[in-house]
Design a binder for this molecule. Structure first.
Ligand code: PLP
Length: 390
């Protein structure tokens, strides 16, 4: 230990870590084996494409052709034909005029909000929105009205009260914690009545909802509307990494110039672009994948509900089971893992209502045996009182 004060600069972190530990909220990294036999219902690989040979080979081929990294912002080093194809095919598949890809879905959400809203704008944001949308609101420096979850009337009221300012309403399409679907039709109506733009994060809808997996925005009949912008991630159903904003041409042209996470961020890695493009083409060829992911989620839900666990019917491929406390959720998830099943464990601050949950993600490639095993493990390790307001 040094004898000047520099050794104590981060002492305050010990107190913070202790508070976190007492509240059962410590997060720890765990090694991941390449040859694990654990059944994975924790990741977001909804269509089972992350390890699909065509997708993996497309990533490898893209890296061989273009190199391991994009080497700079696309405004500096240019756009590969892979990025251009991915943007064109993604826009066409989801029903939008144009698309722009980013190095993550997180960066895409920051871009959409920070470039479309500013100090002169009111952003109306659902209380259950993903952290990346919340951070996008903050980055935009707009005034933000957070309204109750999935409540178009609350959106409408906030929009009506804004005066002459521009306004943007923003919502997840499928909320990442509970997997419930936003009332997109009602939100669009509220926005149209108020002359506001609607930004929808379709991270958990793409590949799972809508005709052939075209997403929740397409399913709601809003794709391609002049006042609607969607964001998606390439890192869930498409099994790759990255994100995109989809919308009218003039919105996309504005993002190329004004989105800081596009201008000042290294472009999406060629391997990720190649993998996402291969996955998108695969989904187009096998639209049944979307149906299979939803069917697997329904079967998980039915089995958990039949066992009396506190679970809501899934609207997409996320199935969340409530736990009595963060500690109970952590113990439950650990017991599942010991029994060979990986499940997500959501605790504050990742849950807007403070209720901890196990989160199971269904996949199109789960077999009957996988589903039976998952149900037997989750129900067999469930605490006697699983629900609560902890
Ligand atoms: C609703 C939602 N939006 C955005 C993101 C961020 O996407 P990415 O992981 O590609 O950065 C996530 C990721 O968990 C998400 O759940």
């Amino acid at each position: 230990m040094r004898d000047d004060a520099s050794g104590r600069v981060f002492d305050w972190l010990d107190a913070v870590a202790e508070q976190r530990r007492c509240a059962g909220l410590t997060r720890r990294l765990r090694p991941r084996s390449a040859h694990s036999t654990v059944l994975d219902l924790a990741g977001n690989d909804y269509l089972g494409l992350a390890r699909h040979p065509e997708v993996v080979e497309a990533a490898a081929a893209a890296a061989r052709r273009w190199g391991a990294g994009a080497t700079g912002s696309r405004l500096v080093t240019g756009t590969t034909e892979l990025h251009a194809r991915l943007e064109a095919e993604l826009a066409e598949f989801c029903g939008f005029e144009a698309a722009l890809v980013f190095s993550s879905g997180y960066a895409a959400n920051l871009a959409a909000l920070a470039a479309l809203a500013g100090r002169d704008t009111l952003v109306v944001s659902d209380a259950g929105n993903h952290a990346s949308l919340i951070d996008g609101c903050r980055l935009s420096r707009a005034e933000v009205a957070v309204v109750p979850h999935a409540d178009p009337a609350a959106f409408r009221k906030a929009l009506d009260e804004r005066g002459p300012r521009r306004a943007v309403a923003v919502s997840d399409a499928v909320f990442s914690v509970d997997g419930d679907l936003a009332p997109l039709g009602g939100l669009a109506e509220a926005c149209r009545a108020a002359g506001a733009a609607l930004v929808v994060d379709d991270a958990h809808g793409l590949g799972v909802l809508g005709d052939g997996g075209r997403g929740a925005v397409a399913a709601a009949g809003l794709a391609g509307a002049p006042d609607v912008v969607a964001t998606v991630t390439l890192s869930k159903a498409l099994g790759s990494q990255g994100g995109a904003v989809l919308g009218p041409e003039r919105v996309i042209a504005h993002l190329v110039n004004a989105a800081r996470t596009f201008v000042f961020d290294t472009g999406l890695a060629p391997a990720a672009a190649g993998a996402a493009l291969a996955a998108l083409r695969l989904l187009r060829r096998e639209p049944v994948l979307a149906t299979q992911a939803r069917a697997a989620a329904r079967r998980l839900y039915q089995g958990l509900a039949a066992a009396g666990l506190p679970v809501s019917p899934p609207d997409a491929a996320v199935v969340a089971v409530r736990a009595a406390s963060p500690q109970a959720a952590v113990r439950w998830a650990a017991e599942c893992r010991t029994a060979g099943l990986a499940v997500g464990c959501f605790r504050p601050p990742s849950v807007p209502d403070g209720v901890s949950r196990l989160r199971l993600t269904a996949r199109a490639d789960l077999t009957d045996t996988d589903l039976a095993r998952a149900l037997s493990v989750v129900t067999g390790t469930a605490p006697t009182c699983a629900s609560g307001d902890g």
